[in-house]
Structures are given as structure tokens and as C-alpha cells.
Design a protein around this ligand. Structure first.
Ligand SMILES: [Zn+2]
Ligand SMILES: [Zn+2]
Length: 335
């Protein structure tokens, strides 16, 4: 089965953190964190529609300027989700430049500032010199950031001495059509299947009429069939892929509990492993995880695969030690 999500870590394990998630079959991508983006192909960056920022320490946010530069003349709205303070952070960055001669530019940023109780949204339209427009009212935060027909993004607030967001991106259930059953019913594939899948996703009642295209052998061109009947015969529903992204967090009971729930049974957990266990004191002081702690979290959350990143430069000579330590604690595959 080919996956919708094509995730790729940016800048290697020692560089600024970031995860680029290309959506296969779509001209679209998601970006988790905004570390240095200068090495990324502009064509990739131009596919980004939604950005999820864990926190605005410079190594997680400096890429905003580069993305802004690349996207400037484009006609699009880029949604950006981040922790408390993110609206002022984006405003501060945009205030750092002079914006005359941009009338007619249609790029806009829509910034969602996520606190534990609510989401505040502000819009920054380029054509109006990126002046901030606060959108009201505030939206209650229930754990879900983005509910797209293709995927769902959830977040929790972790303690990094400041609130830091961790994310889970889950693909919508996959609706697979059995071609053999389609043939047996005398139906042919076509655009009607997209509408059929849309009705299933929307939870339409079983008696809803579906206009199905027929194979040429039957003589008829279309046939009306009840959704429920058709679903029972030609559809199998499978769970979508799940990615979790956790970086910059203290190994506390509260953080562990939140990560366990967020990342539960993820196909891949991307988790920081900044320090070795021998430097655990330093990790705690800096509110970061050790490789062993990353492995334990992956085990507790029962994920299928662990990808570790955000290594401290002090381990330039021995990155293998971090992988080994994480794998030993996890007891599963580590990349
Ligand atoms: Zn940080
Ligand atoms: Zn960091």
C-alpha cells in the first residue's frame, strides 16, 4: 500500500529541526517546525499549505524568513499554527522589513495561536503591508488543530520551560474499492467513485442514492444504487498512516503521559534525542530528552518505528551512540 504521507527530516540530525511531509498525489505539503530552510528546494517549499511550529526558539523558527521570501509573489494563504506568543512572533518578523510596492500581492499568513484553552487567529495579508488583522471570536481548543478531508492534526502542550507543541498527523481512513466486485456488478471506475468516497467520509445514510457508471457490456450508462449496498460489496476501509513529532521537552510524568496519548500506535514517531543518558543532568536542565528517554517514550506509546533527531553538536564524533541508546530502550527499529 502506498502511503499518503512522504515525510522527510530537514537538515540531518545535527541541523535545525524540521519535518517536511509531502502529500502524495496532491500538489501539497505540510511542514513541522521552521528551522533553517535554505537548503530546501523552492519547489518543495511552495507546496507547503500548513505549518506547525513547536515553539519559537531560533533553531525552530528562523526558516520563516526564507519561506516568506520564496512565497512572496504567490497567490495563497499559508496557515501557521504555534504556541502562545506566535502571533506576536510572526508580527515581529514581518515588521522587520519595509512593505511598500506590494499592493496587489495576494499572499497571506493565517496564524493560529494555540493556548491550552483556546485558539486565537490573526491574518497578515501581504497586499495590506502585512498589517495584522485579528479574527474573532476565539475558538475553543479541543486538541485538534486542523481537520482536513485528507488528514487530522492534533497537538498537546509540553513543558520546555515554555509551552512547546507536539503534533500527531493522522491520515483519514482509506476507502479502497475492490475492482473485482466492481466488475461483477457491471460497474466501471470513474469520477463517480470520488463522490461515492466523499459520501462515505461524510457519514451519509445508507439509503443515499449513488449514481454509478456502468460497464459498456450492460447497455446502460448509469445506475442508481443505495450507498449502503454498494459500500458493503465494493469497499474495504483501512486505517490511515499516523506520524507523531515530539521535540524539545522535559522528561516529566506530565509530558510522558501527554506524549503517550498523542503518539499512541503511530507508524513513525519523530522524537528529539538531544543528549546521551550520561548527560541526563544537562538534558533536564535544558528541558530536553535523552536518547534513552526517546526510546522509552516510543515503547510506551507502542509506535512502530522511531526516528531520532536534534542531536547536540557535542556528539558529532559519536552519533551512533545516540541511535544505540534509543534502540536499546525502545526495543524496536530506530532510524
Ligand atoms: Zn527549544
Ligand atoms: Zn530545539
Amino acid at each position: 500500500m502506498t502511503n499518503l504521507f512522504q515525510p522527510r527530516l530537514l537538515n540531518g540530525v545535527f541541523g535545525d529541526p524540521g519535518l517536511f511531509v509531502r502529500l502524495r498525489w496532491e500538489r501539497r505539503a505540510l511542514l513541522l517546525d521552521l528551522g533553517d530552510l535554505t537548503a530546501q528546494p523552492p519547489a518543495d517549499l511552495l507546496k507547503v499549505t500548513d505549518i506547525f511550529v513547536s515553539h519559537t526558539h531560533v533553531d525552530h523558527f528562523i526558516g520563516f524568513d526564507h519561506l516568506l521570501r520564496i512565497a512572496l509573489g504567490r497567490d495563497r494563504v499559508i496557515r501557521l499554527f504555534g504556541p502562545p506568543g506566535i502571533i506576536a512572533n510572526v508580527e515581529g518578523k514581518l515588521c522587520g522589513y519595509t512593505w511598500n510596492l506590494v499592493e496587489g500581492y495576494t499572499l497571506a499568513f493565517e496564524v493560529h495561536e494555540v493556548s491550552e484553552e483556546k485558539i486565537a487567529i490573526a491574518r497578515f495579508p501581504c497586499g495590506a503591508r502585512f498589517e495584522r488583522i485579528d479574527l474573532s471570536p476565539l475558538v475553543p481548543f479541543s486538541g485538534v488543530l486542523a481537520d482536513d478531508p485528507l488528514f487530522l492534526v492534533k497537538a498537546v502542550h509540553l513543558d520546555h520551560k515554555i509551552p512547546c507543541l507536539a503534533f500527531a498527523v493522522t491520515e483519514a481512513e482509506r476507502i479502497n474499492i475492490d475492482p473485482e466486485w466492481l466488475r461483477r456488478l457491471g460497474l466501471s471506475p470513474g469520477p463517480w467513485l470520488a463522490e461515492f468516497k466523499r459520501l462515505i467520509r461524510a457519514g451519509a445514510p445508507d439509503e443515499t442514492a449513488v449514481i454509478a457508471a456502468c460497464g459498456s457490456a450492460t447497455g446502460e450508462r448509469f445506475r442508481e444504487m443505495p450507498l449502503g449496498d454498494l459500500k458493503e460489496k465494493i469497499v474495504t476501509v483501512t486505517k490511515g498512516q499516523k506520524l507523531a513529532y515530539v521535540t524539545d521537552a522535559l522528561y516529566s510524568d506530565e509530558n510522558r503521559q501527554k506524549i503517550r496519548v498523542l503518539a499512541r500506535e503511530a507508524d513513525i514517531l519523530f522524537c528529539e534525542a538531544t543528549y546521551l543518558e550520561r548527560d541526563r543532568g544537562r538534558a533536564t536542565e535544558r528541558r530536553h530528552l535523552t536518547a534513552r528517554q526517546a526510546g522509552l517514550l516510543a515503547r510506551e506509546a507502542k509506535v512502530k518505528e522511531l526516528v531520532v533527531f536534534h542531536f547536540s553538536p557535542r556528539y558529532q564524533e559519536c552519533p551512533d551512540a545516540l541511535y544505540r541508546e534509543a534502540a536499546e530502550a525502545f526495543g524496536g527499529p530506530v532510524r
